[in-house]
Design a protein around this ligand. Structure first.
Ligand code: ADP
Length: 431
């Protein structure tokens, strides 16, 4: 308080002193002014120092608005901004995710510590390096060269191949980009543990279930007429459990696979088999139509494609009341070919569609169980299609029916092979 008061009387005092000094020296009018200005400046500095030492926001607001004060405010703001910037940089530098700031030509402008360990960038010589050239040969470089607007999932980190990362490119500032790479190794490990657990449990259950099922089959209901209905139910449930275990093992295998065999899948014979399967499940309750106009074969895994395409047929029959129609189509599209199964069944409300390919997701659990479903069929379909770079599309109207369509790209098509001797169908006749 005493300090700021002493600062307030210093300005007029200094002014007075300046004028007195000018008058005493007998200087010209210009000299008076110059001396006055100089003293005012000194006074301002004294005031500023005083404010810097003890001043508050209020003291500053109450001060006269002079060029020096404005300069001081500017410097103060600049220092605060520089300090904030420094804090932000330090925070970004120590984030566990790798961050690389790229210019319009994808040259490295800045990167944090995690980018050094995960992406293998080095300071200072990687500053201004072209990121794609710097990471040449890695999956990340290929992604940077192509369409990097879609995130890249679960790849080996170029700087530490034992670690897994997800990468994303975000627009930033003026034509700049931020490349973010998140270390997901712990998630990948957890996912691997989950997968192994499911696979091991399924595998362990297989043998006891086979034994139980075998004994149940040996029992003749006529020998135990009182238990005949119970025996029938036990057989149905043990078969269902067996199917769940088989589907879980199939899913585990598909999940760990990155590629599929590139074999010819003769579509004419596969479609004929699918039709027979539909008729076998339907037992004459539905009209089954086959409409194959594509005249191309598929390239991929015959066993997996059969399993996926047959799942859709089986679902169509199981979720369509008697007298409905099931239409299996195989047609060409501008981008490749489309396999679809259309039914006139129960249909699916729109809010369920996005979740249908999740394991054990059912629109109606009782309907699925009653029809012998495991809740894993569409999950298997999705995995098989992913392995063949295909896509599943679902259209449905409750009460009217559904269409499940598999889109295959041109790279998966082969001209139809008609030499039956060379390519005998290796698909089972019945499911
Ligand atoms: P599920 O073994 O239960 O049939 P899926 O994974 O094959 O398991 O299908 C998941 C769920 O999707 C089914 O429980 C059913 O509710 C629904 N669904 C699948 N296909 C059809 C269809 N053609 N019509 C109506 N609902 C269907």
């Amino acid at each position: 308080m005493t300090q700021s008061r002493s600062a307030t009387w210093m300005l007029p005092a200094a002014l007075l002193a300046g004028l007195l000094a000018g008058a005493a020296g007998g200087a010209a009018a210009g000299g008076h002014v110059a001396a006055g200005v100089a003293i005012v400046a000194v006074a301002e500095i004294v005031l500023l120092l005083s404010r810097l030492r003890h001043g508050t926001r209020n003291t500053m607001a109450s001060m006269p608005d002079t060029p020096l004060l404005r300069h001081d405010r500017f410097m103060h703001r600049s220092r605060r901004l520089a300090s904030n910037l420094h804090d932000l940089r330090s925070a970004a530098a120590s984030l566990p995710d790798a961050i690389v700031l790229l210019d319009q030509q994808q040259r490295v402008r800045w990167f944090n510590h995690a980018a050094e360990s995960l992406l293998g960038l080095r300071r200072p010589h990687d500053r201004n390096a072209f990121l794609q050239a710097r990471l040449h040969g890695s999956e990340l470089a290929n992604w940077l060269q192509g369409d990097s607007s879609h995130p890249l999932h679960d790849i080996a980190a170029p700087g530490q191949p034992s670690r897994h990362i997800n990468v994303e490119m975000l627009p930033f500032g003026h034509h700049q980009h931020l490349l973010l790479a998140r270390d997901i190794s712990h998630l990948t490990r957890l996912e691997q543990i989950r997968r192994d657990f499911v696979a091991n449990v399924s595998h362990e259950l297989r043998t006891p279930l086979t034994v139980i099922h075998g004994y149940l089959e040996l029992l003749d209901p006529e020998d135990v007429p009182d238990l005949a209905p119970v025996l029938g139910e036990m057989r149905t449930q043990s078969r269902r459990m067996g199917q769940i275990v088989e589907d879980l093992l199939t899913l585990s295998r598909l999940e760990t696979q990155n590629t599929v065999s590139d074999e010819r899948v003769p579509m004419a014979s596969l479609l004929a088999t699918l039709r027979k399967e539909a008729e076998a499940i339907s037992q004459g309750r539905h009209r089954i139509v086959l409409d194959a106009t594509a005249h191309v074969d598929l390239l991929g895994s015959p066993k997996d494609l059969h399993s996926a395409l047959s799942n859709l047929v089986s679902n169509a029959v199981r979720y369509t009341p008697a007298d409905g129609t099931i239409t299996i189509r195989w047609e060409r599209t501008p981008d490749g070919a489309l396999y679809s199964v259309n039914d006139t069944g129960f249909g699916i409300p729109a809010d369920h569609l996005a979740r249908l390919t999740e394991r054990f997701y059912r629109v109606s659990s009782s309907r699925s169980r009653d029809s012998g479903g495991t809740g894993l069929g569409l999950s298997i379909v999705k995995h098989v299609l992913n392995l063949h770079q295909g896509r599943l599309e679902i259209h449905s109207t409750p009460g009217q029916g559904s269409t499940f369509a598999c889109r295959f790209g041109k790279e998966r098509l082969l001209p139809e092979h008609t030499g039956e001797d060379d390519f005998p169908p290796d698909f089972p006749d019945t499911p």
